[in-house]
Design a binder for this molecule. Sequence first.
Ligand code: PEP
Length: 256
Amino acid sequence: MVHRPYIVGNWKMNGSRALLAEARAIDRGAARYKDVAVALAPPFPLIGLLRDEVSAIGVGGQDCHTAPKGAHTGDVSAAMLADIGADFVIVGHSERRRDHGETDALVQAKAEAALAAGLGVIVCVGETLDERDAGHAEAVVTRQVDASLPTGDGVAEAATLGRLSVAYEPVWAIGTGRVAAVEDVVAIHAVIAARLTARFGDAGAKVRILYGGSVNGENAAALLAAPGVSGALVGGASLTADAFLPIVAAAGTGEL
Ligand code: PEP
């Protein structure tokens, strides 16, 4: 089973109920691309509302706590996300690693909590510009993949079922308009794929590896056609249907 390309919009800390109109338009457009799996990750307050407005796309969170419940003021558990109808959660986004000091070990625990709650999970990795300039991109991403991906029984099965994805997001390409060169994306995705196979065997090949970092309607086709790229994690260009649907179209075979 080869999974459909996966195009995921990360709304970050953007949006209000007014933006649900864009989600509805994205949902209608995505319904025309049955060969593409499309999803949106709005901020927590909009997840349940958005869930009720869409039918063709997946809905997810941008983070979760490691524990199912308890005294963790301001946090949201994976079980709570599942309860309001979320399908997946993003963990380890570089903005969370930066803003909240999230370590690989914490990201791993979050990913394990997500799978335990029955959610799909997208684990983000990616090097900073300093790390790339120092020639350490592959080493950094290898370390992050090895230390951030979930462990334990059931992970290989989740991978086989398409519930585990890795997003390669070079930090310097996020929100900067500076997209990574296709050959650099291919090289890093190959490194990630090798780690996944080493870790999960045949199931590792079922893990989607998304690229993220300034993806838009103009550059999406080249990135999505590159070997080893099985989808995209999209920030800024996921906030409107006009910007997001051309990326969905670039992943599919239908006509927009
Ligand atoms: C992201 O937030 O994961 C991202 C890739 O953002 P942008 O597309 O805006 O660079």
